[in-house]
Write a protein that binds this ligand. Structure first.
Ligand SMILES: [Zn+2]
Length: 513
């Protein structure tokens, strides 16, 4: 039997990641206030149907019902009457899983618990049949429980018929509707049910879950491999367990090599190499990663999904300009997969696009630099659309203005001379400029790039800007105006090489702000 079935939660305490739902349902069971209609909504694989079955068990379990209503339990010492029925507060409303009712429901053959898949029973006739069924009291259980899965698939007429039932439900009956698309459920139905929204599990929860299942199955899996599987499960317990089932089938031990071999994944190192190549505009290397992947029989959808996961992680870094472009590009490639004549083509196009933007020839193309859009106060260092940048702008000694104009040139070296000259006049301004990069200086206009809006505002302030302009004018020998833009991609690389600690500090400050 598949692991997903053998490890299906049999008690509310086994439900992971849905604490709000577990607590509310257990409280309702304990206080005897269970409703007559529920709607469980949320993405697939989070335990909606499982919870519906648990609830069906709990309202019918002989142990739960017995202790709550007949007073089986601890008597008060002062009470000597043997016949008193006690209403004992039930602190444990979990189904026992051992009484005949629990066993029948677990096996799916309890007559009074009816599961209907609305995807294949959508019509009015099915709901009419259902209404006939619930007229009669339960045969064995305390309550008839009707579970309707994918309820949003019902036709309009069927919904209307269902609504009538929900408006006046028989006392012996309880409805649990489940859906992945709650917005398709009519408002009239929603107003008659208690809705619980199931939430996606975190990767940490899923990894723990996989480790726990491995332990019960007496199989070995290391934490990194469990985390790798968890990252592929997209928040779904079902997918996490099914993936573990798939990779652990027939072996006693699972490691990342095994996972990659079975699922056809690229190694994390390869994915990182892929992005490293994109960052350096190394088209050949990026294509080589993809070629290796395809030659080992990999699936392009899997590669794109993995790359998306890695790009998403990079969104959290301070320089997001690349990550945003990568994510947009990868999502686009994923969309192209189905219609593409070759499975590799969308990825190859992606690589071509991503490296074309940056791949200038050895001469810096200063005049192709897009002027920055007017920035808003917050958008600066979080989302930057990629713009054309010079290849390796900071690594080479580049004369800044190399156009065929008589304008005097301003080199990196003279930029540093300028900063040194400012130190005596205004040390804090000089310090700010240390973290900047001169993008261009041409036709009386100089453009400086900085990483943060905060820096830009300081440099471009009424006091500082004239000082910078005067200094450039002095060095260049002709009048210059200065424009300051925010583009971390110019600065980050050099900073991270020269001042790693400062960069960390800056990240801490700006993320905390
Ligand atoms: Zn039971």
């Amino acid at each position: 039997m598949a692991l997903y079935h053998t490890h299906r939660p049999q008690q509310f305490s086994d439900l992971i990641g849905q604490d709000h739902i577990r607590t509310t349902l257990l409280n309702a069971l304990t206080s005897g206030t269970v409703g007559h209609a529920y709607l469980f909504s949320g993405p697939p694989g989070l335990g909606k149907t499982t919870t519906a079955r648990l609830l069906a068990k709990a309202v019918n379990c002989k142990e739960v019902v017995g202790s709550r209503y007949t007073g089986v339990g601890t008597k008060k010492d002062s009470d000597t009457s043997p016949n008193t029925k006690y209403l004992i507060p039930n602190t444990d409303s979990e189904p026992c899983n051992t009484c005949p009712t629990c066993i029948a429901i677990t096996k799916g053959n309890a007559l009074d618990v009816l599961e209907i898949d609305a995807a294949s029973n959508r019509g009015i006739d099915e709901i009419r049949e259902l209404r006939e069924h619930i007229k009669f009291p339960p045969s064995v259980c305390a309550k008839k429980v009707i579970i309707i899965d994918e309820v949003h698939m019902l036709t309009k007429e069927a919904f209307n018929a269902l609504l009538k039932t929900l408006e006046e439900p028989p006392m012996h009956c309880m409805f649990i509707l489940a859906t992945t698309e709650p917005h398709k459920v009519p408002a009239t139905i929603l107003s008659r049910v208690q809705q619980f929204n199931f939430i996606r599990a975190t990767e940490a929860m899923l990894a723990d879950h996989i480790m726990a299942i491995a332990k019960t199955e007496k199989k070995k899996i290391d934490a990194d491999s469990a985390a790798l599987l968890a990252s592929l499960a997209e928040g779904s317990f079902r997918d996490a367990v099914m993936l573990f089932d798939q990779v652990s089938s027939g072996v006693q031990s699972v490691d990342s090599d095994r996972i990659r071999a079975v699922i056809g994944l690229s190694s994390i190192t390869e994915i990182q190499r892929f992005f490293g190549a994109l960052e350096k505009c190394n088209r050949t290397d990026a294509l080589a990663v993809v070629d290796d992947f395809f030659e080992s029989g990999g699936d392009p959808g899997v590669f794109i999904a993995q790359a998306l996961g890695e790009a998403r992680k990079r969104l959290r870094l301070v320089d997001t300009s690349h990550a945003v472009a990568w994510i947009n590009g990868l999502i686009h490639s994923l969309g192209q997969l189905k219609s593409s004549p070759s499975p590799r083509l969308p990825l190859e196009l992606f690589i071509a696009e991503q490296t074309a933007t940056h791949q200038a020839d050895d001469t810096p193309q200063i005049d192709t630099i897009t002027p920055p859009a007017p920035e808003t106060a917050h958008a600066d260092h979080t989302v930057n659309t990629p713009r054309v940048v010079m290849k390796d702008p900071v690594d080479k000694k580049i004369p800044i203005a190399i156009q065929s104009t008589p304008t005097p040139q301003l080199s990196d070296e003279s930029w540093h001379t300028l900063i040194r000259s400012l130190r005596d006049k205004n040390a804090s301004l000089a310090a700010l400029l240390e973290g900047s990069h001169i993008v261009s200086a041409i036709d009386g206009k100089a453009t400086i790039a900085v990483s943060f809006a905060f820096h830009k505002n300081k440099i471009a302030s009424k006091t500082n800007l004239p000082l910078v302009e005067a200094a450039i004018t002095q060095i260049a020998g002709s009048p210059y105006i200065v424009e300051c833009i925010i583009d971390p991609s110019y600065v980050k690389k050099r900073e991270s090489q020269e001042y790693p600690d400062l960069v960390d500090e800056a990240v801490a400050i700006f993320e905390g702000a």
